[in-house]
Design a protein around this ligand. Structure first.
Ligand SMILES: [Zn+2]
Length: 265
């Protein structure tokens, strides 16, 4: 209610202003509430996704792999040499996985596709795709490929793919999981499988994958510096979709070197 001022017109305009101000506050409060609810739902969906059986990663990964094969099959083929080289490096890393991590990856394999983009990405369940553009970029330096593959395996082991997809469909994912509808959840996540090559990971996921990568490279008896050098090379060229820009590649490279030192090399 507006205070009476003895001037009816003035009182009315004060009252209108106050009503508008109240409305503004209410709208801001609603927007904050909405953003908070969306954030909370996203977090809930992501954390519930980690409770799903590992067979879900396998199913979504296979659905995603089918989509990727048709998406990137443009009639070109990688050379046998490229395939053999990536297979060899991938198998070395795979052999260095702990039993616990190996258990998470139901479909560990690597696929090289002929595409000029500089990119690599991991699907849930452990299939990693490497584009030949990345191989051309790194030249004959196996350490760079090794670094990228170790990082990508980190995304698969930490289940970042299904966590990211669950976050995108937050509300429905939470409802499906709360009622225990795993099949419904699989259908929901599978709808997003075609976006798995462009799913941008959060900053904390990138850091988690870097951390995993460093550890895996050390266990495989290799210098984690390859991952740091690869990230630094992104400064001078277009950034691959999945090795996202956040945090800054140079900061990530520095953090990787610190981690490498911390564990005693
Ligand atoms: Zn990444």
């Amino acid at each position: 209610m507006a205070q009476s001022t003895g001037t009816p017109g003035f009182g009315k305009s004060q009252s209108v202003k106050r009503t508008l101000a109240e409305l503004g506050v209410a709208i801001i409060a609603l927007v904050i509430l909405f953003l908070f609810a969306r954030f909370a739902l996203g977090c809930a969906a992501e954390s519930l996704a980690t409770q799903l059986p590992l067979s879900v990663d396998e199913q979504i990964g296979k659905a995603g792999a089918e989509q990727m094969r048709s998406k990137y099959d443009l009639g070109r083929r990688p050379t046998d040499e490229q395939i053999k080289r990536v297979d060899r490096i991938f198998n070395e890393l795979r052999a260095a996985l702990t039993d616990e991590d190996a258990e998470i990856l139901k479909n560990p394999r690597v696929t090289v596709v002929a595409d000029p983009q500089v990119n690599a990405f991991a699907l849930p369940g452990g299939e990693v795709f490497v584009l030949t553009g990345l191989l051309e970029r790194v030249g004959d330096d196996d350490d760079l490929i090794r670094g990228v593959l170790a990082h990508e395996l980190g995304h698969a082991v930490k289940r970042h793919g299904i966590r990211g997809l669950a976050r995108k469909t937050a509300f429905f994912a939470v409802v499906a999981m709360l009622v225990g509808d795993v099949d419904g959840m699989v259908v929901l996540l599978a709808e997003g499988a075609s976006q798995l090559d462009g799913l941008s990971h959060s900053r904390s996921m990138e850091t988690e994958a870097d951390l995993f990568g460093v550890d895996l490279l050390k266990r495989a008896g290799h210098d984690p510096d390859g991952l740091a050098r690869f990230l630094e090379s992104l400064d001078s060229a277009p950034v691959p979709e999945l090795l996202s820009t956040h945090p800054d590649p140079r900061e990530r490279a520095a953090a990787i070197r610190e981690l490498a030192k911390a564990g005693g090399g």
